[in-house]
Design a protein around this ligand. Structure first.
Ligand code: SAH
Length: 251
């Protein structure tokens, strides 16, 4: 039996993959992170399935629960918010399951950075503005290697999606200001794709005060970069004179 690590998406139950929804329907045991996953996603579960919130479990208990279910021939889904490959803490679970001879499979999901970009209605990779997205966080209880500090990453002036850091907004802004101008457009999206979604737009100069005034302390994405500004640039992909593998351009 395989244990499936399924991406639940950012919140909207329609933003889970078809495969993820099918696995939820087939699962005998679903373990989900209640602090982040929208419980409405559980509407796909079989009414007879056992559903456990992982927030009360440490790793040994989590492992025991999954192993016991697999030993009984049950199908197990470990439901993670967004895409499991980002800040999902899945590596140690996979390692331990594999050491116990249990196969695992990851089913990708729509990450919250993509849902946040959708909420602000912007492309993260605007031609001639930036072609790079930096996904990162501020060090907290989980440290970030010094070579990846926000101030160092900020030197690229690429589009940034900052996870897990809105509760430390003053520190985030101070680090970013070491490289970005105060006028850099910035946004915070709280609970992207949930009914309670909130979007705050400003600049690096205003963002910290706006976030604090709105009382946003968690489940929010900080977006930063010129992609949020009023860029005039257009992708050459759809330009009439631009030929590519699928279309011949007009002279
Ligand atoms: N694997 C997840 C991230 C888990 S870490 C993903 O791919 O999205 C949890 C952090 O993700 C939160 O602190 C927040 O920064 C971000 N996050 C998760 N869901 C969010 C949402 N709906 N809107 C905005 N940010 C979200």
């Amino acid at each position: 039996m395989t244990v499936y690590f399924v991406g639940a998406g950012p919140g909207d139950p329609e933003l889970i993959t078809i495969k993820g929804a099918r696995l939820l329907k087939e699962a005998d045991l679903i373990i989900y992170a209640g602090s982040l996953v929208n419980p409405e996603i559980l509407c796909y579960a079989n009414p007879g399935a056992k559903i456990v919130d992982s927030k009360d479990l440490d790793l040994p208990r989590l492992m025991r629960l999954m192993q016991e279910a697999v030993a009984k021939g049950q199908k197990v889904v470990r439901l993670h918010t967004g895409d499991p490959s980002l800040y999902g803490a899945i590596q140690e679970q996979i390692r331990q399951l594999e050491a116990a001879g249990i196969a695992t499979q990851i089913v990708p999901g729509v990450s919250s950075y993509a849902a946040a970009a959708a909420a602000v209605g912007r492309e993260l990779t605007v031609p001639e503005v930036t072609q790079t997205v930096i996904i990162t966080r501020l060090g907290g209880r989980t440290p970030v290697p010094e070579k990846e500090s926000l101030s160092k990453l900020a030197m690229h002036q690429a589009s940034m999606c900052i996870f897990l850091s809105v509760g430390m907004i003053d520190k985030v802004v101070a680090e970013l200001l070491k490289a970005y101008p105060t006028t850099t457009p910035a946004a915070v999206v709280e609970k992207a794709s949930w009914p309670q979604e909130r979007v705050i737009r400003g600049t690096l100069a205003t963002l910290a005060e706006q976030v604090k005034a709105a009382g946003i302390t968690k489940t929010a994405m900080i977006l930063l970069g010129d992609f949020l500004g009023n860029t005039e640039s257009v992708s050459r992909l759809y330009a009439p004179e631009f030929s590519h593998g699928y279309r011949k351009g007009k002279k």
